[in-house]
Design a protein. Structure first.
Length: 136
C-alpha cells in the first residue's frame, strides 16, 4: 500500500522533479563558470614573458559507452579515453602557472626548457624556446 501511494501518490514525482532540477542546475553552473573563464581570458591582456618549463603532467579520463545505441549494454560496451595535457611554467618572479596545452605542444616541450611564454589569462598561446647559451 505504501509503495502504491509513493509511486502514484506524488512522492516519486516530487523526487524525480527535485533530481531533475538538481541535474539541470549543475549543468547551468558548469556552463556559466566555463563562459565566465572564457570571457575573463578574452578580457586579459596577451602577455609574453621569460619563463622556463618546470613540470609536465597528463590526465587520462576513461569513458565506457554501450554499443549499438543500447543504453542497457545488452550488446556490449566499448571504451574510449581522453587525455588532457598540462605544463607548469615558472616566470622570472618565481611564480608558477599551470596551463593546458595540446598534445603536440606537450610533446615538443621538455622540463628545463627556457624561453618566452605567451599567454592570455589562463589560455596558453605559445612558447618560443631559446638556446641555453643565449639566456632568457
Amino acid at each position: 500500500m505504501f509503495m502504491d501511494s509513493f509511486f502514484w501518490g506524488g512522492g516519486f514525482e516530487v523526487i524525480f522533479s527535485l533530481m531533475s532540477v538538481i541535474v539541470i542546475g549543475m549543468f547551468i553552473v558548469v556552463a556559466v563558470k566555463g563562459i565566465g573563464q572564457w570571457n575573463k581570458n578574452n578580457q586579459s591582456p596577451r602577455l609574453t614573458v621569460p619563463a622556463s618549463v618546470t613540470a609536465k603532467r597528463t590526465n587520462v579520463s576513461r569513458h565506457q559507452h554501450a554499443n549499438a545505441g543500447d543504453v542497457t549494454g545488452a550488446h556490449g560496451f566499448h571504451s574510449t579515453s581522453t587525455t588532457s595535457y598540462y605544463v607548469t611554467f615558472q616566470v622570472e618572479s618565481g611564480d608558477r602557472m599551470e596551463l593546458s596545452v595540446t598534445g603536440r605542444e606537450y610533446g615538443m616541450l621538455s622540463e628545463g626548457d627556457a624561453g618566452r611564454l605567451s599567454f592570455q589569462g589562463t589560455r596558453y598561446l605559445g612558447f618560443e624556446r631559446q638556446d641555453v647559451g643565449s639566456g632568457i
